[in-house]
Design a binder for this molecule. Structure first.
Ligand SMILES: *Cc1c(COP(=O)(O)O)cnc(C)c1O
Length: 425
């Protein structure tokens, strides 16, 4: 089958490694070819061949208001007319920082950067600089971006130092990252007892191994343990921030970290991220303190405009609507999922259908899913107009702007995809 997308993929592979600028976009995990996207509007995306899909990826999380929200577009255009970048401080950054600190319970001060990768990299450096310790604890299956300290293989066992997760990461660097299974407090406690740990970093609701919520008492347990051992708690809210509540998972679960990282929604679809937290820790950051951090495009006027416009629209009604949409879809598809011996985890407007009978609690359990069946399901969903993340190890996101009719259409598309599995065996 020769489509425009297929043609573009061939052309892309000649000049971009693998044809994509970020690996999961290649659809390798579902053995398909990615549609090349021409435009997005509201909950819809349209590919270069004219196929339209209800988009449950939302640029991997940022688009809680859907594509090309008029208020966001207008804010960006208006900002661009006054210049796209100055590399100098602006009033909008101050107002944005105030708005972020007001919105998120853990933020007393905040520093802007351009990607979630940068946010966690700098938060970890800051935690190391603040505590004077080198080791960090990271949880198997949590993703914190593509830098050396956190790109460390999962599943290497509770008591061992982790191995690098990619060629090019020195053993000496990966060796400072201790790993533990998600939802296992004892494993983290052992690391804290046996090593001088600067920080424990985690996703408060994991999204990057598929949606895996924290068990009751897990987040508060990590808070108590880190406090007891003088380590900082870094809650990576790049995915959950402004998604699970205006104050993110920290508000939703009542957890009080030392540092928080934000990204995705906070930039309204433009490259923007942030890290922040306790004043005492943040004031160690350059130029107020000695821990260096910088970025040419940090606080970029276009990104700040998109972020502020987005945050201004994220009212309590929007979060109530996001919950209602999640519940509506859940009611419509869960019986079918369970009837087929599959499972689903959902927290608000993020969810994953797992191709295993019991809802997983950690990465080891996620890895037992039937990935081949997931791949077939993913392709069938696409054929039925529903654009799901192309991997079992990713969470789907429902935009808060969906109408009930659109939610029902998604449910019908997913049910049709399950039926197609039966037909294809
Ligand atoms: C997406 C993500 C990151 C990385 O953000 P980028 O902007 O892709 O660098 C970090 N942490 C979490 C939890 C994420 O979901």
């Amino acid at each position: 089958m020769s489509t425009r997308s297929r043609q573009l993929l061939d052309e892309a592979r000649a000049v971009i490694p693998g044809g994509v600028n970020s690996p999961v976009r290649a659809f390798a995990a579902v053995e398909g070819d990615p549609p090349f996207i021409a435009r997005g509007e509201g909950p819809w995306i349209e590919d270069v061949d004219g196929n339209r899909y209800l988009d449950l990826v939302g640029s991997w999380g940022p688009l809680i208001l859907g594509h090309a929200h008029p208020a966001v577009v207008e804010a960006v255009v208006e900002a661009a007319r006054r210049g796209t970048s100055y590399g100098a401080p602006t009033e909008a950054e101050v107002r944005f920082a105030e708005e972020l600190c007001a919105a998120h319970p853990a933020l007393e001060m905040v520093r802007l950067c351009s990607s979630g990768t940068e946010a966690t990299m700098h938060a970890i450096r800051l935690a190391r600089g603040f505590t004077g310790r080198d080791a960090i604890v990271k949880l198997d299956g949590c993703y914190h971006g593509a830098h050396d300290a956190v790109l460390v293989a999962a599943g290497s066992g509770v008591a061992t130092f982790a191995r690098p997760g990619s060629p090019g990461i020195p053993e000496a660097v990966a060796g400072l990252t201790l790993t533990a299974p998600y939802n296992d407090l004892d494993a983290v406690a052992r690391h804290l007892e046996n090593h001088d740990v600067a920080a424990v970093i985690l996703e408060p609701v994991a999204g990057n191994m598929g949606c895996v919520p924290p068990l009751a008492g897990y987040l508060s347990g990590l808070r108590a343990l880190t406090r007891e051992h003088g380590a900082l708690l870094i809650i990576d809210e790049v995915m959950t921030g402004f998604r699970l509540a205006r104050g993110g998972a920290c508000e939703r679960f009542g957890v009080e970290p030392d540092l928080v990282t934000l990204g995705k929604i906070v930039g309204g679809g433009l490259p923007l991220a942030a890290f922040g937290g306790r004043r005492e820790v943040m004031e160690r950051l350059s130029p107020a303190g000695p821990v260096y951090q910088a970025g040419t495009l940090s606080g970029n006027p276009l990104a700040v405009a998109a972020g502020r416009a987005t945050l201004a629209l994220l009212t309590p009604e929007v979060y109530a609507r996001a919950e209602a949409i999640g519940e509506r879809l859940d009611r419509a598809i869960r019986p079918e999922i369970e009837r087929r011996g599959l499972s689903m985890n959902r927290v608000g407007s993020m969810f994953t259908i797992f191709f295993r009978p019991e809802a997983p609690r950690n990465f080891e359990e996620v890895k037992t899913c039937d990935l081949e069946a997931f791949g077939r399901f993913h392709r069938a969903a696409l054929e039925n107009g529903v654009y799901l993340p192309p991997s079992q190890f990713e969470a789907a996101f429902l935009p808060a702007i969906l109408t009930d009719a659109q939610v029902d259409r998604i449910a019908a598309g997913l049910r049709a995809a399950f039926d197609a599995l039966d037909r294809k065996g």
